[in-house]
Design a protein around this ligand. Structure first.
Ligand SMILES: [Cu+2]
Length: 590
């Protein structure tokens, strides 16, 4: 959540020791000051949508990873990338500021794009404007919530408006509306039957749209009230401490000799791992980071780190304790008992966990990066919070597109997708990627190769071009992706050394091929992509929502060689969420 814009919230930290260190408060201020100076000339007022480090070219970064050469930091460029728009015209600009020379290096208008929502767009005072709107008041009263002070609204992006010309070219969000019976009531139990389309620039209610209240998408509501049943999860609203379990004794975790990790600036060392610049703030996710609390968000000997981002005015904002770092016991690492002698050996597994938690309206996303002693890295993305709901008319048939989680309350089916950008360098930065499938030996049963018909083999298919490399999950063949260094052979296997990408299996994007929404999400048409490393290719779906990112990059160089070069692997993963009735009012972490 956002912190107030007071000077005392700004951490005075102004030191950077690595070219990938995130921007400090002072650096954000300096960059915005340089942009604001030029504003006077242009007579504009800016909304700052995105301010982040412009990462140095990888050719300059590599020495920092290969040798400890902190001394040359001053020789490195320190640049800031900004995306901003003019409040009056909505024109979108991209700028680069050089903090070494204190100069604005570029300032370019970008046409035919929608600026990302600024940090404030989601959380602003739009609710007061919506509550005061006469048409909104009438609609709320019609479904039994005449006091709009007890009505709230959850914003959702409007990704596709091309079939409504009056919506085009505007910065619009759609608000789902909900009633409350008292101020701290769980409003997702009381969805109303319309959405408010809100214009973020004129700050007005632009349109009201009916929502379907029947399984067949009919909007006919026959004067029904919105659902009024209370569905609260907060123990204080459920009888206080009396509501809590009495048979649940505390479990503690103890590190009697302290922790095994050390933190120096943004560098963390643990066991044989060294890592830095875990900067969720590069993504919109960062604007919604939670402050974590010891013993609740993270247990044990936890270290917390603050994250410095910015608000729409370009002012630095500190998200306190937004990253937690802790060691965890992770079960049995290995065990064996010699069955002749009875002698056993066993080792526990410890892992280092980095967690960030972001609240997006109704949802909490928990991102965990976990490092293990056997060399594995695991990314586990978890979800909890409230599922989004909409109103059904009284007596409506069970819906085919959601789960009725309370009378008249429908929780929609939906999909979540995330992309991991894996700029891997296995034993150097010349790598190749193969797709690996486990399949039956094709020779028929009885043939010399497959006498009893039970043979199977591991088939490696080298991916040669970005076009080839657009690949999909295949749980039936245990498909994984192997990134190898073809110039480094293992002395025993005589094969290139490498790492495996082991996916979690889940359904792909389920929209039709010709769905207009899918065009903005074409990077999800495949589960894994491989590209040659390019500076500035950071956003798989494009920096702007209406760009295509990966599909365009591949189309530009469809036959480029991805063999024995610096590669980037992009992995889309996600969850197709079919809510259970037990997921309401609160979703157990999934
Ligand atoms: Cu979900």
């Amino acid at each position: 959540m956002f912190q107030p814009e007071t000077a005392k919230d700004i951490v005075p930290e102004n030191k950077t020791s690595h070219p990938l260190d995130p921007l400090t408060s002072e650096e954000i201020k300096a960059a915005v000051e340089i942009i604001e100076k030029s504003r006077d000339k242009l007579n504009m007022a800016f909304i700052y949508h995105y301010i982040a480090l412009s990462e140095p070219p990888k050719s300059l970064l590599l020495p920092f990873f290969l040798v400890d050469s902190m001394a040359s930091m001053e020789l490195h460029p320190r640049k800031v990338f900004l995306c901003l728009s003019d409040k009056g015209s909505g024109a979108v600009f991209e700028a680069v500021v050089n903090l070494r020379t204190n100069e604005r290096e570029s300032f370019v208008q970008i046409y035919n794009v929608r600026a990302p929502l600024s940090p404030e767009d989601w959380l602003n005072s739009d609710i007061d404007i919506i509550r005061a709107d006469e048409k909104v008041k009438q609609r709320c009263a019609a479904v039994g919530f005449p006091d709009t002070d007890l009505v709230t609204a959850g914003p959702w992006d409007m990704s596709f408006v091309a079939d409504r010309t009056e919506y085009m070219g505007r910065r619009l969000v759609q608000y789902f509306l909900y009633g409350k019976k008292f101020p701290s009531d769980n409003h997702y139990a009381h969805p109303l039957d319309f959405v408010v389309v809100f214009d973020l620039d004129s700050r007005t209610v632009f349109a009201i749209e009916d929502l379907p209240t029947h399984d067949d998408f009919s909007q006919e509501n026959s004067g029904n009230s919105a659902p009024k049943g209370e569905r609260n999860y907060d123990p204080e609203l459920r009888g206080g401490v009396e509501f809590l379990r009495k048979d649940d004794k505390p479990i503690t975790t103890d590190s009697p000799e302290g922790v095994s990790f050390t933190i120096k600036g943004n560098e963390v060392q643990w066991q044989k791992w060294t890592m830095r610049a875990f900067d969720s703030g590069q993504f919109g996710t960062g604007y919604n980071l939670d402050s974590q609390t010891l013993d609740l968000d993270a247990l044990g000997a936890v270290s917390f780190m603050d994250v410095v981002l910015h608000n729409a005015s370009g002012y630095p904002v500190v998200h306190k304790n937004a990253i937690s770092i802790r060691e965890e016991d992770a079960g049995i690492l290995w065990k064996h008992v010699d069955y002749r002698t009875g002698k056993g050996s066993i080792a526990r597994s410890h892992r280092l966990v980095f967690s960030t938690i972001a609240t997006f309206g109704n949802y909490e996303y928990i991102f965990n990066w976990m490092f293990y002693q056997d060399g594995s890295i695991q990314c586990a993305t978890q979800m909890t919070g409230l599922i989004s709901t909409n109103m059904m008319t009284a007596g409506a048939r069970p819906t085919s597109y959601g789960t009725i989680v309370a009378p008249q309350v429908n929780a929609q089916y939906h999909q979540h997708f995330f992309t991991a950008r894996l700029d891997v360098d296995v034993a150097g930065n010349t790598n190749s990627v193969s797709v690996v499938d486990i399949e039956p030996v094709p020779d028929e049963t009885g043939s010399p190769n497959n006498r009893y018909g039970q043979g199977y083999q591991v088939n490696h298919k080298l991916l040669r071009t970005p076009t080839d490399a657009r690949t999909k999950l295949s749980p039936a063949t245990g498909r994984l992706w192997m990134v190898t260094n073809p110039t480094k052979l293992h002395e025993f296997t005589n094969k290139p050394i490498g790492w495996k990408l082991m996916p979690a299996n889940s359904p792909p994007l389920l929209m039709h091929e010709d769905s207009p929404t899918r065009r903005t999400a074409a990077y999800l048409n495949y589960d894994v992509w491989v590209t040659t490393y390019q500076d500035d290719q950071l956003f798989p779906g494009g920096f702007y929502l209406n760009e295509s990112g990966l599909p365009a990059w591949v189309a530009n160089t469809p036959t480029a060689s991805i063999e024995n070069v610096d590669v980037v692997i992009w992995h889309n993963f996600g969850l197709t969420h079919i809510p259970r009735v037990e997921d309401f009012p609160i979703l157990s972490t999934e």
